[in-house]
Design a protein around this ligand. Structure first.
Ligand SMILES: C[S@@+](CC[C@H](N)C(=O)[O-])C[C@H]1O[C@@H](n2cnc3c(N)ncnc32)[C@H](O)[C@@H]1O
Length: 445
């Protein structure tokens, strides 16, 4: 307990005034908007050029920048310009709910503070509204995906986009290999950790007004493998995979291992679990996470270049259950990664759709007759979800069939989740989670 409190104090020591932090955020947003730079790169560069800033300052500035990106289109609409300054002012009003006098007091022109508000900015703050904004502006989404979002959400479009524009909660998954959720909640009581609404292994840790949470990655319980930081939606997708002890399971797109660790924990290390990923660099962090968590997973790292070979060839036609946590546009994670929505291009959606067909075809060859395929994305776009499943069903000529995903493993989920043609869709508005899609299939012959 004492260790955790001490760590928090160190990381949140403020050096910059709130106004100076806003000036920094404006500068960084200008860099992102004008040079189309990834937010993480622009923030890193600012940090390198301003080494005196404390980690608390950096976190607060990052929070301002990410809130600005969440409301980039709507804030620019209200303020009549798409500059770092306009987006920041509009965001303080729309996202943080600050009134015009409070914003004016932050923009006081003092040393390191932004220039005072102009008359036009004051008027726009008082009178500006999103009443006549087009849906993609009011909902802060790129215009080219609007037809797909409309197809996904129908009449709920505006509400769903609003929810995707809010901040994500800070969720952890308790590692059942180490302790119960109750024991973890007791150990994290000083952080206010409380059970998440749906996942039986989830705890939610309160964040501050600016969205910042405690430094969980240096928490003693985390370092002992007691929990992983994982959105409740990702936890639910792992549960819906239906893994059972005694099965041979493949996590085909394991990445850093978020779901592989969850599957090992859910089966009490009772399954033979094999994890791989096309990209060895994405897979690399899994080793340290396995060591910490006590999860037993056979990791198969592919070679690249000339020695490249299929590391799963020996398993073809034998696997009981394959999890395909497919590469996707991540449209369901816009709350967490608002930069991604403005970096999304039609070409990247087409590339992800092609990769999805590739991983689905590979998974279909792995599964034994009667075995199960579980296809997961963190996207809400039908092209990456039902259409991808339809594609595999058609290509398989009847060998792969769609089956209902068993929702009974998560009490209360069935009433909240949306059924699509082939699977189920979670979303911030429906389930309070990231936008995960899950579809289940079986090999008939
Ligand atoms: C959504 S991420 C996986 C996240 C991970 N399962 C987790 O829970 O932390 C998708 C992964 O698919 C991998 N991938 C892309 N194409 C692939 C392919 N053809 N075969 C296997 N993995 C692939 C990417 O490298 C990426 O790590």
């Amino acid at each position: 307990m004492a260790v955790r409190r001490h760590v928090e104090r160190i990381v949140s020591e403020p050096i910059l005034t709130p106004s100076a932090r806003i000036s920094a955020a404006i500068e960084i947003l200008d860099d992102i908007l004008a040079r189309r730079r990834p937010a993480a790169d622009a923030l890193k560069d600012w940090g390198l050029a301003h080494r005196f800033a404390g980690s608390g300052d950096r976190a607060a500035i990052a929070s301002l920048v990410y809130d600005g990106l969440r409301r980039r289109a709507s804030a620019a609409f209200v303020m009549g310009a798409e500059t770092g300054r306009a987006v920041t002012i509009g965001m303080l009003r729309l996202q943080r709910g600050l009134a015009e006098p409070t914003i004016a007091s932050l923009f006081d022109g003092a040393r390191f503070a932004p220039e005072p508000l102009t008359d036009e900015e004051r008027t726009r703050l008082k009178q500006g509204s999103l009443g006549n904004a087009p849906p993609e502006v009011a909902g802060d989404a790129p215009a080219f995906v609007l037809p797909s979002l409309e197809a996904a959400f129908g009449d709920a479009l505006a509400e769903e986009l609003r929810a995707l524009g809010r901040r994500a909660p800070l969720d952890i998954r308790v590692n059942a290999l180490k302790q119960t959720r109750e024991a973890a909640a007791a150990a994290l009581a000083d952080l206010g950790a409380a059970p998440t609404p749906l996942s039986p292994l989830g705890l939610r840790v309160p964040t501050g007004e600016d969205g910042r949470g405690p430094a969980l990655h240096v928490d003693p319980l985390f370092l002992e493998g007691g929990f992983e930081i994982q959105d409740e939606g990702s936890q639910l997708a792992s549960l819906l995979a239906g893994a059972k002890a005694g099965e041979t399971l493949v996590d085909l797109c394991a990445g850093g291992g978020g779901k592989a660790l969850a599957l090992a924990s859910l089966t009490g290390n009772g399954a033979r679990l094999i994890a791989t990923d096309a990209d060895p660099r994405r897979l690399a962090p899994i080793h340290e996470r396995l060591r910490r968590s006590g999860a037993e997973v056979e990791v198969r790292t592919p070679r690249t270049g000339k020695a490249r070979a299929d590391v799963l060839a020996d398993l073809d036609g034998t696997v009981d259950r394959v999890l395909i946590d497919a590469p996707c546009t991540g449209t369901g994670t816009w709350r967490r990664n608002p930069d991604a929505k403005w970096r999304l291009r039609p070409g990247s959606l087409a590339n992800r759709v092609a990769e999805q067909a590739e991983v689905l075809d590979r998974a279909a060859r792995l599964v034994r007759p009667g075995g199960t395929l579980v296809y997961v994305t963190c996207s809400v776009l039908p092209e990456e979800n039902d259409a991808a499943v339809d594609g595999l069903l058609a290509r398989s000529g009847g060998a792969i069939a769609s089956v209902a995903t068993d929702l009974s493993v998560v009490p209360g989920l069935s009433e909240k989740i949306r059924r699509t043609g082939r699977g189920v869709q979670m979303s911030p508005a429906l389930t309070g989670t990231d936008g995960f899609y899950v579809a289940t299939m079986t090999r008939t012959s």
